[in-house]
Design a protein around this ligand. Structure first.
Ligand SMILES: [Fe+2]
Length: 429
């Protein structure tokens, strides 16, 4: 279990990042348009504080509610998504006061009564805030708001990812065999959907050393990929037609090439960046066009975590050491991506690069429980989403380094292209 000093610093750090990510927006921007893929930011700020109050102060600390109306305003399990724009939300200064009061009480209980469940739920709510912080950042991209200010906290130092500016082509050959999928009990903190490690058996396969690049994806677009129904699954084609998609969502053609929208401005498409903001359907169609396929999540995890010639498993692709800029592009806040050849010290045992950081990677797998699954105290973390979502792995440039590891499972519906998701592929044979 984490020390109270570390948890206290994390609570402060997460809150500082939240403030940075919502800074500079006016009252209209803080409410924003009613879209199924975003929350009103003003609601989401209050929700982050409420979640911490709910679990650390009220559940673990047995304290009375700070506000009588808090559950009616910010309980995500009880308030339908499209009703969040109609709530009598307090204005930003009042919301921030509530947030500050929750934080100060959490710091106090950590100091005065750091029982195991207080520490467990403090850690849980820091991770919850980290996930919402990623959502704050992609919401700003979705709505075309200015980029958030760069992180000012020490953890933001991992932003300056290093390495050659280039493509990183080629496949790694993985011999397959038995593999332990999921988190072991040595992991200090795990979410319910990672429990527990269980043996799966994989056939040999070849998996790309890097994610698909923007240039790779542009070749598909220019080859008429969005006009050719034969490249798409039935649900994928229905999605494409309904969206009237003719290219990735933030791309436009310009003289001399492609441009992409980076928050509120247009920049030239960087050829060796991973393609990002593509849906699972677009990833699948690209694979059909290129005669490739998406890895299953077991294949992804084996390529990231297994040791050559042994059954030991690595916590990170490079081993046990904590992430650094040379190993993984994480913690960036603004979520700019870097070239796929960057972070050369982060390769897995098989030579796969950037399996953590830079871009979330869609897998072929449906999000389903591992054998023996039982939900944790916050029951709505995983269970409501089984069967309808696809698994993504690896984190992106906006993901906090403290959150991510080889066994971490993210999940979105296959139509989502607002998140920083791309993909890596496997050879078909
Ligand atoms: Fe939440």
């Amino acid at each position: 279990m984490r020390s109270t000093e570390e948890l206290s610093a994390w609570v402060r750090d997460a809150r500082r990042r939240t403030h940075d990510l919502v800074a500079g927006l006016d009252a209209r921007q803080l409410v924003g348009p009613r879209l199924p893929i975003v929350n009103p930011l003003l609601w989401e700020i209050g929700h982050v504080a409420w979640f911490q109050e709910r679990w650390v102060l009220r559940h673990a600390g047995a304290q009375p509610p700070l506000r009588a109306d808090a559950d009616r305003l910010w309980d995500s399990s009880a308030i339908p998504h499209d009703a969040r724009w109609d709530l009598p939300l307090p204005p930003l200064p009042e919301t921030l006061d509530y947030m500050a009061e929750v934080e100060s009480r959490v710091q106090h209980i950590l100091e005065s009564d750091p029982r195991p469940d207080v520490r467990y739920f403090t850690e849980y709510t820091v991770y919850h805030e980290d996930m919402h912080d990623e959502a704050f950042a992609y919401t700003r991209q979705t709505l075309g708001y200015p980029a958030p200010r760069p992180p000012r906290d020490p953890a933001g130092a991992t932003t300056a990812a290093s390495g050659p500016a280039a493509a990183w082509p080629g496949d790694a050959q993985i011999p397959g065999g038995p593999f332990t999928l999921g988190a072991t009990e040595e992991e200090p903190f795990v979410f319910d959907n990672e429990k527990w490690a269980h043996t799966v058996s994989l056939a040999p396969y070849r998996i790309a050393r890097a994610p698909v690049t923007a240039q790779d994806f542009a070749a598909f677009v220019e080859d008429g990929g969005y006009e050719r129904e034969d490249l798409w699954s039935r649900p994928g084609w229905a999605w494409r037609r309904q969206q009237e998609a003719t290219q990735p969502v933030y791309w436009r053609r310009a003289e001399g090439g492609w441009e992409r929208r980076h928050f509120d401005r247009w920049v030239e498409l960087e050829p060796h960046h991973p393609v990002v903001h593509v849906s699972w359907h677009e990833a699948e169609a690209w694979c059909t066009w290129a005669d490739r396929r998406l890895p299953t999540e077991a294949e992804w995890e084996m390529a990231a975590a297994s040791e050559r010639g042994g059954r030991d498993k690595r916590r990170f692709p490079w081993g046990e050491a904590t992430p650094t800029p040379d190993r993984a592009h994480l913690d960036g806040g603004t979520a700019g991506v870097v070239d796929v050849a960057a972070c050369p010290d982060g390769d897995s045992a098989w030579g796969c690069r950037q399996m953590l950081g830079n871009v979330w990677e869609w897998t072929a797998s449906d999000f389903r429980p591992y054998p023996g699954f039982t939900p944790d105290a916050y029951r709505d973390y995983s269970e409501p989403w089984f069967g309808t979502h696809k698994v993504l792995r690896g984190g992106c440039g906006a993901t906090r380094a403290r959150l991510i590891r080889n066994t971490w499972r993210n999940f979105y519906t296959p139509d989502r292209r607002d998140v920083w998701a791309g993909f890596r592929t496997c050879a078909r044979t």
